[in-house]
Ligand binder design. Structure first.
Ligand code: KG4
Ligand code: ZN
Length: 346
């Protein structure tokens, strides 16, 4: 009794999926990237309007592809926080309307819980407890996943999220939006040791450095200074070497923090989630380091790294099976900590 129709509209992908636990019946994603590209980033108002235009088509397509009818659906879910308010509102309103119309429970899902659940979709054997490295356009967190809804944040970023840093560096290298995938591709053709960049260590008042928190704004500024300096020279800007050196630094920092955290807390399994989990440098570094320390590491396939509704459906399916549902007057929230999901449920 846990087949879910799930909607994801927190940022620039309109997603609708039908999922039962870890089984996907359909997973429709309509990306707005081409529309936002001309502005160099996501324009919130444009995103909301686009979700509104696309959502009904995506719902119909998801139902048709799953070859199910409404009687087969046990609950309707939507991402309700964190994200762009107008964008979230489109998905949540659509989900509540379907829930009322078809008399099904409504389940609001925290977007980051969705990214955590993306790992379950491709790893049927994965069970909590594990350490989730969540790296997306808006978040960089180390989350101890003890059970569904039982999370603690062990590390986070003090400033820019790592995906945001990829996007900003890509912009200053004139690589367009979104920066992560194009930087990743370019980095694979460059020399990662050409330029030494700062790791953004965070000093502790007691001395030494914070073992799990990260900071990427200093690294981004260092790339800006480097590019300014290189531009004063006669030769062509070595864009691939800059991208490779940046990616190498990010991958090394994230790997060090994640492995230290897993070892300190004696958590033998690491699952990575969010758009930056697609990054080839991070995948390589973390896989090698995990093997060295006898830890398991799981990366979702690329289609589950970036935003999609299948991961929201997977989380909602687990929530509903445990008796959770949300009130129909649940509000969307632009920010909410992953440790505060209890307030989303009756
Ligand atoms: O999880 P996601 O789709 O959306 C958020 O919840 O933020 O993540 C999007 C972020 C963007 O910043 C994008 O540049 C980054 O993920 N990204 C990557 C790669 N693919 C996507 N960053 C580095 N390497 C990649 N291959
Ligand atoms: Zn996301």
């Amino acid at each position: 009794m846990t087949t879910i129709l799930a909607i994801e509209t927190s940022c620039d992908e309109t997603g609708v999926a039908i999922v039962k636990k870890r089984k996907i019946f359909s997973n429709v994603v309509s990306s707005q990237i081409q529309i936002h590209r001309r502005y160099g980033g996501v324009v919130p108002e444009v995103a909301s309007r686009q979700h509104l235009e696309t959502i009904n088509h995506c719902i119909i397509q998801a139902i048709n592809e799953a070859k199910l009818n409404w009687d087969d659906i046990d609950g309707i879910a939507a991402t309700c926080t964190p994200g762009l308010m107008g964008a979230l509102l489109v998905g949540v309103t659509a989900a509540k309307t379907l829930a009322i119309l078809h008399q099904k429970p409504f389940i609001g899902i925290h977007h980051l819980e969705g990214h955590i659940y993306a790992s379950y979709l491709s790893q049927p054997e994965l069970m909590p407890p594990f350490l989730c490295l969540l790296v997306s356009g808006g978040h960089t967190s180390l989350i101890h996943v003890r059970d569904c809804g039982d999370y603690s944040i062990l590390g986070s970023t003090r400033d820019d999220a790592v995906g945001e840093a990829f996007d900003k560096v890509a912009r200053l290298l004139d690589l367009g939006y979104p920066g992560g995938p194009v930087m990743d591709k370019l980095a694979q053709t460059g020399n990662p040791f050409k330029f030494t960049l700062p790791e953004g260590k965070i000093s502790l008042p007691t001395g030494g450095y914070h073992p799990y928190d990260s900071s990427f704004s200093g690294l981004k500024t260092a790339v800006l200074r480097l590019v300014e300096k290189l531009k004063t020279q006669d030769s062509l800007l070595p864009v691939a070497d800059v991208a490779a050196s940046f990616q190498e630094t990010v991958a090394r920092v994230l790997t060090k923090k994640t492995i230290t955290c897993a070892l300190d807390y004696k958590i033998p399994t690491i699952a990575v989630g969010g758009g930056v989990a697609a990054n080839s440098g991070l995948r390589q570094h973390l896989q090698v380091a995990a093997q060295e320390h006898n830890l398991n590491v799981y990366f979702p396939p690329l289609k589950f790294c970036t935003d999609n509704a299948a991961m929201i459906g997977c989380a909602a399916s687990e929530r509903l099976s445990r008796g959770y549902s949300s009130p129909l007057n649940l509000k969307v929230q632009s920010r909410l900590s992953i440790t505060e999901t209890t307030q989303l449920y009756n």
